[in-house]
Design a protein around this ligand. Sequence first.
Ligand code: HEC
Length: 175
Amino acid sequence: MSQEHEETNHGLIKTPMQTLVAAGLGFAAPVFIIMGLVSFYSSGTKTGVGAIPTPQALEQRIQKVGESEVGDPAKIAAAAAATPVAAAAAPAAAPAADAGKKIYDTTCVACHGTGVANAPKFGDKEAWAPRLAAGFDEVLKIATQGKGGMPPKGGSSASDADFKAAVEYLVNSAK
Ligand code: HEC
């Protein structure tokens, strides 16, 4: 009875469905292998009811999983290759903007986050519009040299390029 049942299962597994099932279970294959081995060995030590048909069935199941695993690496490799590429593309996209945000977050936010000493606030369009009317270069120049409560370069020791990125980051918040 149970052997007939197993054979019916084999027929089903070998249908084209197996491709889908194998793809879905590809990552679970090691688990099934381990489960299969554990069951195989534990049922081997047990000589009780059902012990005789089970090792054969499990052996075949182990082979099946092994087969599907052999078929899968190409798909798995393709999937694995696609993921890191997508993840790696993002950080490489905007290094300058990152530097600007970093400087802003560590230095400029102290005044421009809350508007200390009438500093134009981050994202405050009304405060920035009249300054930007003079053009970005002028804003950058004033910020670099300092003015009133604004220390030269905002008191930072950033490079010119990084400071410019910080100004851009700050100014773009209010556009
Ligand atoms: C100690 C407080 C303080 C810090 C820190 C500070 N600022 Fe300012 N910032 C000011 C104040 C106050 C003003 C307004 C000056 C004025 O118009 O009298 C200002 C103005 C500016 C302006 C406008 C310049 C213009 O066109 O009028 C820019 C741009 C600017 N800051 C950028 C930065 C950047 C970038 C940083 C960080 C690297 C920074 N600030 C850090 C206080 C600060």
